[in-house]
Design a binder for this molecule. Structure first.
Ligand SMILES: [Zn+2]
Length: 155
């Protein structure tokens, strides 16, 4: 049995393309795990610097961020979670296959939940103040989101 490579070297971004190591690619489950792991780590890094400016713009407490597998959801927000005032925001890793302005839409959407639980008028007002073009972004996310890999592998 081959010793496991460190997670960072199973999938790498080389000249703008993701490249998977041969030994990881030989096993679809390992390949899936390595890709999901890459997107989770990249997603945390890419989002870390964007969360604070959005939270400041929306005048909400900054949540703890995680990027993980949320099934078919793009994001979620839990107020009591994370051990701080801002709660916990989770983003689904497949989101990071999409353009960053759509990641921003999901970040702003989940941040609006810090002040407004549910999707009533106060929620859409808050989101609309921070991101006036939110309806276009939502429509684009619905459209492009149907075409990205959600982690399925055939049996
Ligand atoms: Zn929501």
């Amino acid at each position: 049995m081959v010793a496991d490579r460190p997670a960072e070297s199973r999938v790498r971004l080389i000249a703008g393309r993701l490249v998977m190591s041969r030994e990881t690619a030989a096993d679809p489950r390992r390949g899936r795990t390595a890709l999901v792991d890459w997107y989770c780590r990249a997603g945390r890094t890419w989002t870390a610097g964007r969360l604070q400016p959005w939270a400041a713009r929306m005048a909400v407490a900054q949540p703890v961020l995680d990027v993980c597998d949320l099934g078919s959801r793009w994001g979620s927000y839990h107020p009591g979670d994370g051990g701080r005032e801002g709660g916990r925001m989770s983003l689904g890793w497949p989101l990071f296959q999409l353009p960053m302005h759509l990641v921003d839409y999901v970040v702003a959407h989940e941040l609006a939940h810090v002040r407004a639980p549910g999707h009533r008028g106060d929620f859409w007002r808050l989101l609309g103040q921070a991101l006036p073009e939110y309806e276009e972004r939502k429509a684009e996310l619905d459209e492009l989101g149907r075409r990205v890999w959600m982690g399925e592998i055939t049996r």
